[in-house]
Design a protein around this ligand. Structure first.
Ligand SMILES: [Zn+2]
Length: 375
């Protein structure tokens, strides 16, 4: 992947390029950024640049044999490490899942870990980067560099390293073999061991800006401007979330209409109506369920923001603003925390394959009980 294929993130790209041009590539870097910000594609574009045999000033060439092999994740000096669900001795380290990883990543470079796991139908299991993987990394990196200037290890979702694995890797991260570069990637630094943190240079990657998101939606996906704007408002800099809404546009999955109809049923305490509404919701896909719950959370947040800022900071489109200004009398300081908690919990359950009908019925009753006009 070339730097030019990455959405936005110019400051980080420039920082990587400068380090390579100045010959000051730090041997252990922790690239930390939220879901959908592009940390993994950024790390791989950096790796491709470092390994490219015909570097241009601002990007890798994209055509030398090294670039081509990096872009297929098949370069012998590029090692990939990521969380896996262990299966006895059959699957115990990343290399045992490398074929699947290549396939899923090449289709969806901005994927979150749960997408990778769900493609393997392992989303309900616990992934990790364990001791076997740490052993494999040490073994691989102690080999002589196969052909190039650098040996690069890209570790995706480093927060899934267990403590033993992290401790086993401390020494090699601190004093790696010559020309070895560790690129650790994480969504947050909070669950990274302090001993690892202190041995790495931290590169913080921000969420995408609204402009970057608008650009990729209109130019990359040919979404009409108005719709692109709506998605940008909802995605909050997460390209993965934006992408799933793009896919959702094709069928009329979640929408304000659905939400508005639902809230009306809750308000009227129409039990029969709520049950048949939940039935209908259950027939949508899991991604649509999650999108819908995220949408509801977005509306709740907007109700609160609207109330505090006199509707000035609303991130909403025209027809929503109208709805939010009326609906916000029911969402306020007395119930917002409980509402957000219930919807976050439901999102969590849906992600773990809970029965969607039960989730939505339960949520309907919770909302019915929690929804009352501001005192
Ligand atoms: Zn090249």
């Amino acid at each position: 992947m070339k730097f030019s294929a990455i959405i936005g993130q110019n400051a980080t790209k420039e920082r990587f390029l400068r380090s390579a041009r100045d010959g000051r590539v730090s041997h252990a870097q922790l690239i930390a950024g939220p879901e959908g910000s592009g940390t993994l594609p950024l790390a791989l574009a950096y790796a491709q640049y470092l390994l490219c045999s015909n570097k241009q000033e601002n990007d890798s060439c994209g055509t030398c044999s090294s670039c081509i092999r990096v872009s297929k994740l098949e370069h012998p000096d590029l090692h990939l490490s990521f969380p896996i669900v262990k299966e006895g001795t059959k699957v115990e380290k990343s290399d045992d899942r490398i074929a699947e990883f290549r396939k899923v990543f090449l289709e969806q470079p901005y994927m979150p870990l749960r997408h990778f796991l769900s493609e393997l139908e392992e989303e309900s299991k616990r992934p990790l980067i364990g001791t076997e993987e740490a052993g494999a990394i040490i073994h691989k990196l102690n080999y002589k560099s196969y052909e190039g200037e650098y040996k690069i290890l890209v570790m995706w979702m480093a927060e899934f390293m267990n403590e033993v694995a992290a401790n086993n890797l401390l020494k090699i991260i601190e004093e790696p073999p010559d020309n070895t570069v560790f690129l650790l990637i994480a969504e947050s630094t909070e669950s990274i061991l302090p001993t690892i943190l202190s041995r790495t240079q931290l590169i913080k990657v921000p969420a995408l800006t609204d402009d970057e998101m608008m650009w990729v939606l209109t130019e990359g996906h040919s979404i009409p401007e108005e719709e692109a704007y709506n998605i940008t408002m909802l995605a909050e800099g997460n390209y993965w979330a934006g992408l799933s809404m793009v896919l959702d546009l094709e069928d009329s999955g979640f929408s304000m209409q659905t939400f508005r109809a639902w809230m009306l049923l809750c308000h009227k305490k129409d039990i029969a109506g709520l049950i048949s509404w939940s039935d209908e919701m259950a027939s949508l896909t899991r991604e649509q369920h999650k999108n819908f719950v995220r949408y509801a959370l977005h509306i709740f947040r907007q109700c609160i923001i609207g109330a505090y800022t006199n509707n000035e900071l609303l991130r909403a489109r025209e027809d929503e603003r109208d709805f939010i200004s009326k609906f916000s009398q029911f969402v306020h300081g007395y119930n917002i925390v409980a509402l957000m908690e219930e919807f976050n919990k439901s999102h969590y359950y849906l992600e773990r394959n809970a029965n969607p009908k039960l989730v939505f019925i339960n949520l309907s009753f919770k909302v019915t009980a929690l929804m009352f006009p501001k005192k």
